[in-house]
Design a binder for this molecule. Structure first.
Ligand SMILES: *[C@@H]1O[C@H](CO)[C@@H](O)[C@H](O)[C@H]1NC(C)=O
Length: 244
């Protein structure tokens, strides 16, 4: 079920273009380039939105101004705001450019976020920063993550940008849903469940369905999910053949 690394193959759309934002403390008047990107969709106003802010060299490194980033994330008030900057220890002409990347919810900094990483990769691959590159790397609190341009899996999607992310593997243990997640049928509005596991590090339930289509079609019951004992519920299924 879980291979080395969790991968997403997705398409994302740039939704609102570049505006300026007042920069950090000592540089308060320098503009910051940012964008809001809808991940996991090719249509504007769908998918999962994230704000992406490009900071000057190394400013998003772990020693960067996290308090300022938190204030910006509060103002965006999206589920995630990503901050990235060039990693200046990486040669300017490196085959695979590397960027520092951090993610903030309106409440706190988080150790890992999928959709805001995808949004950042989309920003990079559609700008001068990385449009000529096939792969970019992100130095993050969860290690080095990669984002790679991949061909569209379906002929009718040719020309759209698909991006594959390679994320760290999370250890998981078996779990008896009757005991720990008795409300599964209500939680997923009756989607047929193949297995239920629990992630060790984050205490998320990992619910396996039989196909990607079922994952796309699932209608989560947010009220039931809120009552679950774990941090959240992850719904997954084997990727379609040929998607990597
Ligand atoms: C932030 O977003 C949440 C959820 O969309 C909303 O309920 C809340 O009113 C927003 N807060 C502000 C200050 O706009």
């Amino acid at each position: 079920m879980v291979k080395k690394g969790i991968q997403y193959v997705v398409v994302s759309a740039l939704f609102s273009l570049i505006f300026s934002l007042v920069g950090s403390n000592e540089n308060w008047c320098s503009p910051v380039v940012w964008s809001q990107v809808d991940a996991f969709t090719a249509q504007p106003f769908k998918g999962n939105p994230a704000a992406v802010c490009f900071l000057e060299d190394d400013a998003a490194a772990p020693a960067g101004d996290g308090r300022w980033m938190q204030s910006v994330a509060v103002e965006f008030n999206l589920s995630q705001t990503a901050f990235f900057s060039r990693d200046s220890s990486c040669a300017a002409d490196a085959t695979t450019p590397r960027f520092h990347l951090r993610w903030f919810t309106p409440v706190t900094e988080v150790a890992l976020c999928g959709h805001a990483t995808l949004a950042t990769a989309h920003f990079l691959f559609t700008s001068v920063l990385a449009e000529r590159h096939g792969v970019v790397e992100f130095a993050t609190k969860s290690g080095v993550l990669t984002a790679k341009k991949v061909p569209a899996p379906e002929a009718e999607e040719q020309g759209k940008l698909f991006i594959e992310l390679d994320f760290p593997m999370s250890d998981y243990v078996g779990c008896d849903p009757a005991d720990e997640l008795p409300s599964i049928p209500e939680t997923l509005n009756g989607a047929p469940v193949v297995s239920v596991h629990k992630s060790v590090a984050t205490n998320d339930f990992i619910v396996e369905l039989s196909s990607g289509k079922e994952v796309a079609d699932v209608l989560p019951n947010i009220e039931e999910i809120r009552k679950c004992a774990g941090r959240g519920v992850i719904v997954t299924a084997p990727a379609p053949a040929g998607s990597g």
